[in-house]
Design a protein around this ligand. Structure first.
Ligand code: APR
Ligand code: PHB
Length: 391
């Protein structure tokens, strides 16, 4: 097989990149280790920044999102006895949209089908070769068990945090920064109408809690738990009881309505940034290059911003013989990556409870500051809702 751009990974980064490239008349093949059904059912975060929504709109992917998604003006920040609303639209003129990554992935899949995109799902043994030359290629075993070779002008690793692409950049030219946080999230999906109109981020001495949502009848909620938590220790009743306490059930008459839990999982919290995001004819995008903890919901938005910068850079490289934008890709993308890495770390450390009571005092002071100082609130709002695609 031969194509112009071999894309490894059919998550949002890989699918959106193939879509943007096709709009510029560039061929790609998308290789994915999972089945399509798995990829389109995977539960992930669900907050889209204004710039993400604008980009999806501009390439014909905004229709269902506008119809079924929810536009939120801001978020609630709270701690025991106090809840404050931050209105991002008033603060920075931008909103966010609640629309699950799962739905974005399905919309992308449909659009790529309509365009005749070539996919290989359920492959194994993905290997990258000769990425520093002009003749890079990928070998893999297809879903029928046949060995395949895909030759390309460029390979883009959109294969998430466990894929092989990052390691195809030689260790001597690569640098990785990271942090493991000493807590995890227990996430649930529940068939119950959200008990709030906008997301609630709650600091509580028992640990952080978040009330999010997927639709008018499906809620998504999270609890801070110990790393390595065994989900079997958390019965549905225990989860709802902890959520009620941490989210302030009864506070000023607010009520948390429990409902049937349809999914439970424990998510580790970590930050990773790998530099550079390009080596020869290999480019990295999305989780393949960086991971953020979910506080602030930046993962998907960062993946979208990467490919929004990469697609025109590849077009310049492959169609105009202009290597300038491709040479600048890593530095350009990393400016936003580090901004979001800082913001996700900042939100995470402001809201999660640790063993040191000194930290708890600082956190409460910081929460009071971001909810009472317009300058501080605008800083949070700008990062949460308002970053431009290129910084
Ligand atoms: N060969 C082919 N595909 C692979 C391989 C491999 N060896 N290894 C992993 N993949 C696939 C994964 O199965 C997954 O479908 O790469 C895809 C990567 O997709 P995502 O993990 O969704 O990453 P990305 O597209 O960068 O999207 C970032 O996803 O993890 C969330 O929080 C993150 O919201 C952010 C978004
Ligand atoms: C989610 O809805 O899954 C979600 C929302 C906000 C976050 C993280 C996750 O900060």
């Amino acid at each position: 097989m031969r194509t112009e751009v071999a894309i490894i990974g059919a998550g949002p980064a890989g699918l959106l990149l193939s879509h943007l490239l096709a709009a510029d008349g560039i061929d790609s093949v998308v290789l994915e280790v999972r089945t399509r059904e798995y990829v389109e059912a995977r539960i992930r975060a669900g907050i889209l920044e204004t710039s993400t929504v604008d980009l999806l709109d501009s390439v014909g992917l905004g229709e269902r999102l506008r119809r079924e998604g929810f536009e939120h003006r801001g978020i609630y920040l709270q701690w025991p006895e106090e809840r404050h609303h931050l209105d991002f639209v008033d603060l920075v003129g931008r909103s966010v949209w609640v629309y699950g990554q799962t739905e974005v992935t399905k919309d992308l899949g449909k659009a790529r089908d309509a365009d005749g995109q070539q996919f290989c799902y359920a492959i194994t043994d993905t290997e990258l070769h000769d990425v520093a030359t002009d003749r890079p290629h990928v070998t893999f075993v297809d879903s029928d068990g046949a060995a395949q070779r895909l030759d390309a002008d460029v390979i883009v690793g959109c294969d998430g945090s466990f894929g092989p692409s990052r390691a195809a950049i030689p260790e001597r030219t690569r640098q990785t920064w990271g942090r493991e946080y000493p807590y995890s999230w227990l996430g649930i999906l529940a068939d119950v109408a959200p008990s709030t109109d906008e997301l609630i981020y709650a600091w509580h001495p028992d640990g952080f809690a978040l009330h999010s949502m997927r639709s008018a009848s499906v809620s998504r909620l999270y609890l801070q738990v110990e790393p390595g938590t065994d989900i079997a220790q958390w019965s549905d009743d225990r989860i709802w009881d902890a959520l009620a306490v941490r989210l302030g059930h009864g506070q000023d008459g607010w009520q948390l309505t429990p409902g049937p839990i349809t999914d439970k999982s424990v998510l580790p919290m970590r930050s990773v940034v790998a530099e550079p995001m390009r080596h020869g004819r290999l480019f990295l995008a999305g989780d393949a290059a960086h991971i953020v903890p979910p506080t602030g919901a930046k993962g998907l938005n960062l993946a979208v911003a990467d490919v929004a910068v990469l697609a025109p850079a590849l077009q310049a490289l492959l169609r105009k013989n202009d290597p300038g934008p491709a040479d600048a890709y890593s530095d350009t993308a990393l400016r936003r990556v580090w901004r979001c890495t800082h913001f996700s770390w900042w939100m995470t450390t402001m809201l999660h409870v640790g063993p040191d009571p000194f930290d708890a005092q600082l956190q409460q002071s910081q929460l009071r500051w971001v909810t009472t100082s317009e300058a501080a609130a605008a800083g949070l709002a700008e990062n949460y809702a308002g970053l431009p695609l290129e910084l």
